[in-house]
Design a protein around this ligand. Structure first.
Ligand SMILES: [Zn+2]
Length: 272
């Protein structure tokens, strides 16, 4: 699953680096496109803004099951937050994990911050209570494939389809009616086909702007410094709660949130 060999980790680094660079470039293009008056992205966002009715506001601690988007989903990579402005989106990959997901959730709950959890299908199936806990705390779900094959972009369309749709089903089978809102390819191994397939199934392809490399355990200080240096790249920040020992990720997440709040950033979901 998410436990990669040393060799495949190396490949993941290379792919991730390229995708991070591509993310910066495509993120810039996306902004320019939307500023030029394209209304398709705007309409899908309006359709997915949560209701602000009195009924919703009266139950702030028990969010309803996230029913998913009611309109078309773009197949372009998401590199922005829903509200835009000075806000970031925390994305947490490779779980759920019985040890690290609860610790990650505790940090987010302490600050009252919502994040997006990119889950491995079989892990969601193995730990359904963790999927439900993520949802109960108001976070969103993202499909991170069945086998975390960081070279899946080199495989057939049938293989990509199986990896994406089987994982979606495994997650949603234990999600009590909530929908998976995003798809993030392992190691950023997207293809035009996989982006379109994800979008056609209600999942916005989700990239990242800031790669903390937390899974390499470079030290908490280093992870925090990476966020400080790379936040100018864009608002989607990548952390991990699975695939290995994640104590550095948990501590760094807390310190990064402290710093981001001091700097005046808000916290949001990635744009759908
Ligand atoms: Zn991953």
């Amino acid at each position: 699953m998410a436990r990669l060999t040393a060799r495949s980790r190396h490949i993941a680094i290379a792919v991730g680096g390229v995708m991070a660079l591509a993310g910066v470039i495509s993120g810039t293009v996306a902004v320019a496109t939307e500023d030029s008056g394209n209304s398709s992205g705007t309409s899908s966002v309006e359709l997915t803004v949560p209701s602000s009715s009195d009924a919703t506001r009266s139950k702030p601690t028990t969010p309803p099951a996230d029913p998913g988007p009611s309109g078309p989903v773009s197949s372009e990579m998401a590199h922005e937050t829903e509200r835009g402005g000075k806000s970031v989106a925390l994305t947490i990959d490779d779980g759920p994990d019985p040890k690290w997901t609860p610790k990650t959730l505790a940090v987010l709950k302490k600050y009252g911050i919502k994040a997006t959890f990119c889950m491995i299908g079989p892990s969601a199936k193995a730990y359904p209570d963790l999927v439900r806990k993520v949802l109960a705390d108001g976070h969103r779900l993202c499909d991170h494939s069945v086998d975390h094959n960081t070279a899946m972009d080199k495989r057939s369309e049938d293989y990509q389809k199986q990896q994406i749709l089987d994982a979606k089903k495994m997650i949603e089978d234990v999600a009590d009616g909530a929908k998976v809102r995003y798809y993030r390819a392992p190691g950023g191994a997207f293809t035009p086909y996989s982006r379109q397939l994800a979008a056609a199934n209600g999942m916005r392809p989700l990239g990242w702007s800031v790669d903390t490399h937390d899974w390499q355990r470079p030290g908490v200080d280093r992870i925090v410094e990476t966020v400080k240096h790379e936040i100018a790249n864009g608002p989607i920040i990548l952390f991990h709660d699975g695939g290995g020992e994640r104590s550095q990720s948990v501590e760094a997440l807390s310190r990064c949130i402290d710093w981001l709040k001091e700097e005046g950033y808000g916290f949001d979901f990635p744009k759908i």
